[in-house]
Design a protein around this ligand. Structure first.
Ligand SMILES: [Zn+2]
Length: 75
């Protein structure tokens, strides 16, 4: 018998809003991304191994940065 297990991350787009990018300075849609990392067994995600993290991606320059608390959109 053998086990297949691992840790996999998954990104989910939570929302987007118009804003000024901190990286390129352009006013463009900023996409809020929620990243969860889960322990999986036989490719089935079982439980998160760390709290979800949020990133903001700029649609103009494509750079990712950490989302500030006030930027989080309630689901
Ligand atoms: Zn940008």
């Amino acid at each position: 018998m053998f086990l297949i297990f691992g840790v996999r991350g998954k990104d989910k787009i939570v929302g987007s809003r118009l804003g000024v990018c901190e990286v390129c300075g352009a006013t463009a849609a900023q996409t809020l991304i929620r990243r969860t990392t889960k322990f999986s067994l036989f490719f089935v995600p079982l439980f998160p191994v760390r709290p979800a993290r949020h990133f903001v991606a700029c649609t103009n320059c494509g750079r990712l940065r950490n989302a500030a608390r006030e930027e989080l959109i309630p689901a």
